[in-house]
Ligand binder design. Structure first.
Ligand SMILES: *[C@@H]1O[C@H](CO)[C@@H](O)[C@H](O)[C@H]1NC(C)=O
Ligand SMILES: *[C@@H]1O[C@H](CO)[C@@H](O)[C@H](O)[C@H]1NC(C)=O
Ligand SMILES: *[C@@H]1O[C@H](CO)[C@@H](O)[C@H](O)[C@H]1NC(C)=O
Ligand SMILES: *[C@@H]1O[C@H](CO)[C@@H](O)[C@H](O)[C@H]1NC(C)=O
Ligand SMILES: *[C@@H]1O[C@H](CO)[C@@H](O)[C@H](O)[C@H]1NC(C)=O
Ligand SMILES: *[C@@H]1O[C@H](CO)[C@@H](O)[C@H](O)[C@H]1NC(C)=O
Length: 403
């Protein structure tokens, strides 16, 4: 999701609040490498383990194969799951998601700061030109370890991403604060990219043997305003090849919104290369990206809600033509079933769309008795519009899979 910032930050400190200052010019090809990264000491046991009934998720034509089953899958977004500090909260959320019949859960695999919190707030990576640090402690990747463990225990599969385009939880802006440059030069800033790859290596190596990882994801909603489309293309090709070199077990995907021209489109703004600074359809030929993602927020993009159905169908047709699955990875429309049910029905009916994941999952945490982040698009487990937004769709999916 793009920018529901205030609500996003209700669960953790705004990582980027103190990112101003120490801007240095954009690095050139002669720039020196970033200072060595410190990986802080940790007592967290690597939770990765493969049980006999569990296998690495993969593609099967335009479908996903999860633990030997190729069919349409449901999932959801829980960006905050890895920032929870109580194991019991994670256990409850993952057992509720599994009980509902969903299979894929997308969590933020990044939490970048320019100032280390001292109040126990979870952070994963401190970014600084003087030496960055990846936090593998109990207030760092130890929390993501527990998420992986809980996913394993509940038979769920995780999408884990590595950076945010937006400044929530640091994002590209936190890299720029540390290393210079901006939202558009980040993709080619060698110092920033070296640190981004060091972070990727730290996370991927932690869970490379875990069957609870569904896919690694390059970024949340990468965009490059006014850039040549080759910038994101080259970054995606390079980064995905790098991830595959570290881990050949898992799928890799982009995490982008799906912008750019498609056959049969209506010419509206999201179908232009200006919307994201890339051409989604062309990026599909990157062989180290196993499947393509799309998001859907018509109101944020200046479109009517009904515009969403052809958006889903045209992406599915492109994926079917390319022979790769498409994942409708985020969607939101005023948390209104009348608006979103037609998108869900289209996703299920369209060859090439392999799964869909509503934004966003909500629950009531046992440690506090309070509800998780409400950004206006949150659907709480077995409350409010849960049935018409989630349960009924999963029933439809099961029926379609059985047919
Ligand atoms: C790791 O655990 C040992 C034994 O419980 C303890 O002495 C040590 O301080 C811990 N190290 C860290 C970095 O937490
Ligand atoms: C890992 O898997 C092996 C084989 O299934 C099992 O014996 C072992 O107990 C598991 N370890 C953990 C920590 O789950
Ligand atoms: C996200 O992408 C857009 C488009 O390039 C850009 O305007 C914005 O600054 C980016 N956000 C951050 C935090 O870099
Ligand atoms: C790929 O990333 C590496 C490491 O940051 C960098 O040295 C290289 O120039 C990049 N290549 C491309 C084509 O972007
Ligand atoms: C992938 O698509 C881009 C953009 O259309 C094109 O320039 C490039 O040659 C294609 N690469 C491959 C390997 O087909
Ligand atoms: C949901 O959207 C429909 C169609 O736009 C509208 O008629 C209805 O009033 C909305 N429901 C709510 C609760 O806002």
């Amino acid at each position: 999701m793009k920018n529901l910032t205030a609500a996003f930050l209700s669960l953790a400190t705004a990582a980027s609040a103190s990112c101003v200052g120490s801007k240095i010019p954009t690095t050139s090809s002669t720039a020196v490498a970033a200072q060595p990264t410190t990986v802080s000491s940790s007592n967290v046991t690597n939770p990765s383990n493969s049980s006999a009934s569990s296998s690495f998720a993969k593609t099967n034509g335009v479908l996903f194969d999860i633990d030997g089953v190729s069919e349409y899958f449901a999932g959801t977004n829980c960006y905050w799951c890895g920032f929870l500090t109580e194991n019991g909260d994670v256990d409850l959320v993952f057992s509720d998601i599994a009980a509902s019949g969903m299979k894929i859960v997308r969590v933020w695999g990044f939490n970048d700061v320019n100032t280390k919190p001292t109040d126990g707030t979870v952070w994963y990576q401190y970014l600084s030109a003087e030496g960055s640090e990846i936090n593998t402690g109990v207030d760092g990747l130890g929390r993501l370890d527990y998420v992986v463990q809980a996913a394993e225990a509940n038979g769920l599969k995780l999408i884990i991403n590595f950076v945010n385009n937006w400044s929530d939880y640091g994002g590209i802006a936190a890299y720029s604060s540390a290393f210079g440059g901006d939202a558009t030069t980040w993709y080619t800033n060698l110092v920033a990219q070296n640190q981004y790859q060091a972070y990727i290596e730290a996370v991927v190596s932690r869970y490379s043997e875990s069957t609870a990882v569904f896919a690694w994801e390059l970024a949340n909603e990468p965009r490059c305003d006014g850039c040549d489309v080759s910038v994101i293309y080259n970054w995606a090709a390079n980064t995905s090849a790098y991830i595959k070199s570290l881990d050949s077990n898992h799928m890799v995907t982009m995490g982008d919104e799906g912008f750019g021209p498609l056959d049969g489109d209506d010419g509206s703004y999201p179908y232009t290369t200006s919307a994201g600074g890339y051409t989604w359809r062309s990026n599909m030929n990157i062989t180290t990206l196993d499947f393509a993602t799309l998001h859907l927020y018509p109101d944020s993009w200046g479109q009517d809600y009904s515009w969403g159905t052809p958006w889903v169908e045209l992406h599915g047709a492109a994926c079917a033509a390319e022979g790769k699955p498409c994942l409708l990875e985020e969607y939101g429309g005023n948390n209104n079933c009348t608006i979103e049910n037609p998108w869900q029905d289209a996703a299920l009916a369209t060859d090439g769309i392999a799964a869909d994941m509503f934004w966003q999952y909500g629950d009531t945490l046992p440690s506090s008795g309070s509800q998780t982040s409400d950004d206006g698009n949150t659907v709480y487990y077995k409350q409010g519009n849960w049935d018409c937004m989630v349960a009924d769709h999963i029933t439809d999916i099961k029926a379609a899979n059985a047919a």
